[in-house]
Design a binder for this molecule. Structure first.
Ligand SMILES: [Zn+2]
Length: 130
């Protein structure tokens, strides 16, 4: 990837987020880049998270160790994962006599794959996969 400034990178990410909201039909949700206050421990990093109450999806757009602009395909893979949590929501299920929260189940992962395929096919987003 050619070298771009952090500002340019965030600008490109905001354009990607905008387009992903349309392509994956999550218009009532807000997708935001993660705010980095300081360099975190690279081992305890989160790629992204979703908040069902505030309807926000937050994505880390910099690499954990060196805080360099992260490659767009990996940003979109994280997005495809987080958006799948809306499409295939978590549910409670009984497991060995306990109630557990199922978040990452087979139908969820199928949805992630569908999302990635959709993003790769989109005429605007496919440029970012090169
Ligand atoms: Zn997840």
């Amino acid at each position: 990837m050619e070298k771009i400034s952090n500002e340019e990178h965030i600008k490109a990410c905001l354009e990607i987020f905008d387009r992903v909201e349309k392509v994956l039909k999550v218009k009532k949700w807000q997708i935001l880049p993660m705010q980095r206050k300081a360099l975190k421990n690279p081992k305890s990093c989160t790629l992204g998270y979703i908040n069902f109450k505030t309807r926000k999806i937050v994505i880390d757009v910099f690499t954990p160790a060196r805080a360099q602009p992260k490659a767009y395909p990996s940003i979109m893979a994280t997005l495809a994962h987080e958006v799948a949590h809306i499409q295939k929501p978590p549910y409670r299920s009984r497991y060995k006599g306990h109630m557990i929260n199922r978040q990452h189940y087979p139908a969820f992962y199928k949805q992630v794959t569908r999302n990635v395929k959709k993003l790769k096919k989109d005429k605007e987003l496919k440029e970012y996969f090169r």
